[in-house]
Design a protein around this ligand. Structure first.
Ligand code: DGL
Length: 275
């Protein structure tokens, strides 16, 4: 059973790993008074190369863990889980709201370049499900969308090699086939929560006129609007509490997660949980 509606409950956020902390950071900026509870399923990362049934099972177990703690809203801060498992998670969480990152990302892209050519950089599973293509075309039938699986970019972000020659060379290599197809994107959508860390390298590789779209800010605004509509905004004074959980590797989570969240973390800040 879901916890009863309660404005004092935290917002639950999960990702396959640390990448979703980019969304958590945007949530903290948009909703500083909210308590947040984050789960990174680091033991099973990456989700992006797995089958639909595994992704749905993993995402459902992560959701159950957060449900068990008592949350008022779930943010699926993982593009792969949002693309593949959102319907199942919405059913599991009923009547509480579930917000994924794909729909807000599509909204941001269409707003940035109406009628434009959009390139989605994502995981294999997100590309296979074409969730961004569908979401963008639902909003703008003049848009053109191409999706590109860039698995190595997840590893680059996890390793912290987000800037400099290696990151730029790998991004260039992924974009090469598009140049051959003469596809010049008006917008590039960071369709994986790890990719905002690679934004500076990407900006150096692509044309200045190309908008780089990140779903984190739009997702946080959708979450804020959902809480306001449901009269679930936390009205406590002072900053909200942050609770971090992972399924493996507290030290690694702290070391790499700190870069995503923009502050130093210690292994003792991370609670290890078994799903
Ligand atoms: N966080 C995942 C996403 O946004 C990328 C990492 C993974 O494949 O699990 O799609």
């Amino acid at each position: 059973m879901n916890a009863p509606h309660n404005r004092r409950l935290p917002i639950g956020v999960f990702d396959s790993g640390v990448g979703g902390l980019t969304v958590l950071r945007a949530l903290r900026e948009a909703l500083p008074q909210e308590d947040l509870i984050y789960l990174g399923d680091t033991a099973r990362l990456p989700y992006g190369t797995k089958s639909k049934s595994s992704i749905v099972r993993y995402a459902s177990q992560a959701t159950a863990q957060l449900q068990g703690r008592g949350i008022k809203l779930l943010v699926v801060a993982c593009n792969t889980a949002s693309a593949v498992a959102l319907d199942a998670l919405q059913e599991q969480m009923q009547p509480l709201p579930v917000i994924g990152v794909v729909e807000p990302g599509a909204t941001a892209a269409v707003a940035a370049r109406p009628g434009g050519r959009h390139l989605v950089l994502a995981t294999e599973a997100t590309v296979r499900y074409g969730a961004y293509r569908k979401a963008i075309l639902r909003r703008d039938d003049h848009a053109e969308v191409r999706e590109l699986a860039c698995e190595l970019m997840v590893s680059l972000a996890e390793e912290g090699w987000t800037d400099g020659g290696i990151a730029e060379a790998i991004i260039r290599r992924y974009l090469e086939p598009l140049a051959e197809l003469d596809f010049r994107p008006d917008s590039i959508i960071l369709g994986c929560t790890h990719f905002p860390l690679l934004r500076p390298a990407l900006e150096r590789v692509v044309a200045d006129a190309t908008a780089i779209v990140d779903s984190a800010g739009t997702t946080a605004r959708v979450a804020a609007a959902s809480l306001a509509d449901d009269e679930l905004l936390n009205e406590q004074q002072g900053p909200g509490r942050l609770q971090l959980m992972a399924t493996d590797g507290a030290s690694r989570f702290a070391r790499i997660g700190g870069r995503f969240i923009g502050e130093d973390l210690a292994a003792s800040d991370i609670e290890l949980v078994d799903l």
